[in-house]
Every structure is written in structure tokens, then in C-alpha cells.
Design a protein around this ligand. Structure first.
Ligand code: G3P
Length: 216
């Protein structure tokens, strides 16, 4: 399972990159706006720093606007993946971008049948938003499981990129289902690394060793 970082923050990208756990980055307008400043500079820096796919999202809502923006976004780097919203105009844009050989990530996917449409039109990735569905008492992961079955039944090459992740259990569930990619907020990567028994165990090992060295 590939790990992408769901952020536009350069420090977070650097830190996870140094751990060797960074396979790519996903951004969206909310994450980009959080960083402030010139988004174009930020996007270019992210593309330069990341040795893997970087999703940059369009803002337009007509397919003409999306295509125009996509052409601009791909100029930021060879690793750019154009993020397109799962709306009818987005599907029109997706079809054209697929024909042009531009990589795409269909975002704001909330049902397996939306994912099926995106896969039929050649999306590189689909992004099911699991946390937002869980927040409405609907199982986000059940949908991901159904997407996996649909894609496998018809051998679609589209990758399932689990998004809107809230906690490590989402990572476990996505892995068990066989999702191709999961995009993680920095906080979830941190949570994955820690376990109280690891910290307690290490403290005990070090204390015992220290006592032994003192001849206690
Ligand atoms: O990048 C898309 C997705 O991961 C957003 O997640 O936390 O805004 O639901 P969230």
C-alpha cells in the first residue's frame, strides 16, 4: 500500500520524506489555502520536493475551465496528477484528460458507483472520502471494499486512493481491503508510529540496563 501525505505543508512533507515513508502528496484547495502566500510557488516547491505523484486540484466547475487549469497545473512538474471533482462536468473533463494522457485523481467520491464511472473514463486514481462518510454514520470503508470488488471484477487499472482519513484504524482497514494508496494527514502518520507499550517497554529496558551498569 502506498502512503501519500494529505497536506500542502513543506515541513510535514520534508519530515515524512526523511522517514522514507513518502510515496506521494495530495493537496486540495483547503489545504493549499491553509499555507497562505503564493499557491503557485507552493505547488512548484511541493512538486520539486516529492519524488512521486502530487495531486493538485482544479477550481473551475465547467469542463472547459477544468481542462484549461489542468494544462496549467501539469506545467508545475512531470509528477502532477490533476484532481477533478466527481461532478458531470468533471467527468467530461476526465474523458478529455485521459485522451491527452494526463494523470487524474477524481475527488469527492462518496459511492462505489461514482468510482465506477471514474474508472470507466480512465481515471488514474479515485479518492473515496471515508472519514466524511463515517461522520454521517455511513461506513466509508464498506464503499471502498465494494470499489475493490468492482475494479477487480473488470480489471480496471484505476487505483483506489483512500482519502479523508481520520485515524490508524482506517489505515488497517484500507490495507486489509487492498486499497492501492492511502493519503494520510500528518497527525495519522504520527499516531501510526506510536504505541504506549513501546514507550513503556523501552523505558523499562533502559532503566534495567542502567541499574545493571551501576551494579544494583
Ligand atoms: O484531500 C482530500 C481529503 O483527504 C480531505 O479530507 O479531512 O477534509 O475530509 P478531509
Amino acid at each position: 500500500m502506498q502512503f501519500f501525505l494529505d497536506t500542502a505543508n513543506l515541513d510535514q512533507i520534508r519530515e515524512v520524506g526523511e522517514l522514507g515513508l513518502l510515496d506521494g502528496v495530495t493537496t486540495n484547495p483547503t489545504l493549499m489555502s491553509r499555507e497562505g502566500g503564493d499557491w503557485r510557488k507552493q505547488a512548484a516547491l511541493i512538486c520539486e520536493m516529492v519524488d512521486g505523484p502530487v495531486s493538485l486540484e482544479v477550481i473551475g466547475t465547467s469542463h472547459e475551465e477544468m481542462i484549461k487549469e489542468a494544462k496549467d497545473l501539469v506545467s508545475f512538474g512531470t509528477n502532477v496528477v490533476v484532481k477533478i471533482p466527481m461532478i458531470p462536468e468533471g467527468l467530461k473533463a476526465l474523458r478529455e484528460l485521459t485522451e491527452r494522457g494526463i494523470k487524474t485523481n477524481v475527488t469527492l467520491v462518496f459511492s462505489p458507483t461514482q468510482a465506477l464511472l471514474a474508472a470507466k473514463l480512465g481515471a488514474t486514481y479515485v479518492s473515496p472520502f471515508v472519514g466524511r462518510l463515517d461522520g454521517l454514520s455511513q461506513s466509508g470503508m464498506e464503499g471502498v471494499d465494494q470499489m475493490r470488488t468492482l475494479f477487480d471484477n473488470y480489471a480496471f487499472g484505476t487505483k483506489i486512493l483512500v482519502a479523508s482519513v481520520r485515524h490508524p484504524l482506517h489505515v488497517l482497514e484500507a490495507g486489509l481491503i487492498g486499497a492501492d494508496v492511502i493519503t494520510l494527514p500528518y497527525s495519522t502518520i504520527t499516531q501510526l508510529m506510536h504505541h504506549p507499550l513501546t514507550d513503556q517497554g523501552l523505558a523499562k529496558f533502559l532503566a534495567d540496563w542502567e541499574a545493571f551498569q551501576k551494579g544494583e
